[in-house]
Design a protein around this ligand. Structure first.
Ligand SMILES: *Cc1c(COP(=O)(O)O)cnc(C)c1O
Length: 416
């Protein structure tokens, strides 16, 4: 058996894999430059004096087949716009997934509402509708569904639970451009859908976001919330009609976003091909579980999650991941590491201005505890999951190197 690179052996791969951090793994160039040049030449970098952001909103809405889209500065902003537009506020609970980016939760805390975490399905890593149902009470107002890694959540069951209890459903599609659930695009199934344009996402402007909806009232409020609560349609003194923020996307981002939108279908199609090759190759390795995709679901592979049966190996997940990375394949251990409710902000309720606000808000009047054991599936899965990059520029050779590195490391640590 060849010596692992982590112990000084020859790595499977020396040349860096294409990465989302630079042009090696990002489809960006002349199309973006051309639109950016137009913006610079007009001298209008502000959305209300240009056409790029408004055009991007129109094009994105058409692309998804929804009535409205409101662009913003980040995926976190897109989510905050959603909770703001939906009227989420102090004293209410919002149920969401414990395996997600902090941006999801900021959109809840940012409205002084209380995040409640439901457990996940151990096969899809997405919200388990039954666990969601169990966490609903008379304070619950909304569910934020995360389509983790690009795999849709079980939307029919979640929508059923929501309708039964009169809850608003917000879809966090930051990782799930063009992911499909039974013929429908994610982001168009719930009441509001949110996307991120951060550097690592399927389409990107460095930072950026967009919120979509078919609901007239939510759309109107989203637009105001994004723009300081200012109703620019009303003449005379500035009409600040509600609490909002400045989440306006600039024309520079708008220009890049429009060019990116033309490429995202290609990106997702390429990633599906790469992932299919990875799955074919990784399925040959004993002790790993490739993504399980329920019938009628289409994954868009923001990352490629691989479950490791640790009982078969003489190493921790962290050791395995370090060894794979040393072979030249950048792998991650457990995505965010731990369920998000075990982060210090939740364990110690580090809220506004050094107080426990909003958790101690009198409008809430309840006590909530975040602790180990809250979502057993999520806690267990993150201890078994490694994440692999799945890039649109990976070749068959790259896929082979990824598989070889994993094979080499797992065979070394395999219990006899
Ligand atoms: C990236 C991401 C966000 C936040 O997006 P930003 O653009 O980084 O603010 C929210 N939710 C999920 C699931 C994400 O992956």
């Amino acid at each position: 058996m060849s010596k692992l690179a982590i112990f000084g052996g020859k790595p499977v791969r020396r040349k860096p894999l294409p990465t989302i951090s630079n042009r090696s793994g990002r489809n960006i160039g002349d199309e973006e430059l051309e639109l950016l040049k137009k913006v610079i030449e007009t001298g209008s970098l502000f959305r209300h004096s240009g056409i790029m952001v408004s055009s991007f909103e129109k094009e994105f809405a058409e692309f998804l087949g929804v009535k409205y889209a409101v662009a913003s500065t980040s995926g976190t902003a897109a989510l905050h716009i959603a909770t703001g537009a939906a009227g989420i506020g102090p004293g209410v609970e919002v149920i969401t997934s414990p395996i997600t980016d902090m941006g999801t939760i900021i959109s809840i805390l940012g409205q002084n509402a209380i995040p409640v975490f439901a457990d996940i399905d151990p096969e899809t890593y997405n919200l388990d509708p039954e666990s969601v149902r169990e966490r609903i009470n008379d304070k619950t107002r909304a569910i934020i569904v995360v389509h983790l890694f690009g795999l849709p959540a079980d939307m029919n069951s979640l929508m059923e639970v929501a309708e039964e209890k009169g809850l608003i459903v917000i879809e966090d599609c930051a990782q799930a451009y063009l992911a499909e659930y039974r013929g429908k695009l994610v982001g168009t199934i719930g009441d509001i859908g949110c996307f991120s344009l951060q550097q690592s996402k399927h389409m990107f402007t460095g930072d950026g976001g967009i919120t979509v909806t078919n609901n007239d009232e939510f759309a109107e409020k989203a637009r105001l919330f994004m723009d300081k609560g200012w109703d620019r349609g009303i003449a005379g003194p500035r009409a600040y009609v509600m609490l909002g923020f400045n989440y306006r996307m600039t024309e520079l981002q708008g220009a890049v976003a429009r060019a990116q939108l033309k490429k995202v279908r290609w990106v997702v199609e390429r990633r599906r091909k790469v992932a299919a090759s990875l799955t074919k190759r990784l399925s040959e390795i004993e002790g790993v579980e490739t993504p399980k995709i329920p019938d009628g679901y289409k994954h868009s592979y923001w990352l490629y999650p691989l479950k490791i049966d640790l009982e078969m190996f003489n190493a921790s997940l962290a050791e395995i991941v370090r060894a794979i990375s040393a072979e030249g394949i950048p792998a991650g251990a457990g995505y965010i590491g731990k369920p998000i409710y075990l982060a210090p902000i939740f364990l110690e309720k580090r809220g506004y201005g050094g107080t426990e606000c909003p958790w101690i808000c009198p409008l809430y009047g309840k006590d909530i505890v975040y602790r180990e054991g809250l979502c057993p599936n999520a806690e267990r899965i993150l201890k078994q999951l490694i994440t692999l990059p799945c890039n649109e520029y990976f070749t068959e050779e790259d896929v082979e190197d990824i598989a070889k590195a994993i094979e080499k490391v797992l065979n070394y640590y395999r219990r006899k």
